[in-house]
Write a protein that binds this ligand. Structure first.
Ligand code: AMP
Length: 139
């Protein structure tokens, strides 16, 4: 169990912005920009790949709505949705969470270091086929 479960239960205070049967959302305590919010499933899973279809669907249903409200409340017109999995990917709290991070007029928001490579056709074909195979097998 993580600090986010305690937040859901109200044992630790938070600035809640949304709650339903499966989802809870609140303001990040160390915001990258004004309006930085976290959307979490009530289901206690560490990483997105572990999440049930039911929780995933519930988050997918409300995430755009919460993004719209955060944008309207802050006046931001651009934003990032970030979802970290694993320490190497900057995850600090091991309860699935989606960051909504407005890009504000003062230039604050998510900084991105995007070092892109090149997808070689043969390698891409093989990898896509492998992923598709796993998905078809129900993984
Ligand atoms: P991540 O690096 O993706 O695991 O992000 C975890 C986020 O949780 C960070 O942005 C923290 O600022 C945020 N956080 C940790 N504790 C709290 C808390 N008590 N209330 C609100 N946000 C929190």
């Amino acid at each position: 169990m993580t600090i986010f479960s305690k937040i859901i239960r109200g044992e630790i205070p938070s600035h809640k912005v949304y709650e339903d049967e499966h989802v809870f959302a609140f303001l990040d305590i160390s915001p990258l920009s004004r309006g930085h919010a976290l959307v979490i499933p009530k289901e206690e899973k560490a990483t997105l790949d572990e999440l049930s279809d039911e929780s995933a669907a519930a988050i997918g249903r409300v995430l755009p709505r919460i993004c719209r409200a955060v944008m309207r409340a802050t006046g931001a017109t651009a934003y990032n949705v970030l979802q970290n999995n694993g320490a190497a990917a900057h995850q600090a709290v091991y309860h699935v969470h989606f960051h909504i991070i407005p890009k504000t007029a003062d230039g604050r928001g998510l900084g991105i270091d995007w070092k892109s490579g090149k997808l070689e056709p043969d390698a891409g074909r093989d990898l896509a086929a492998r992923i598709a195979e796993l998905l078809a097998a129900g993984d």
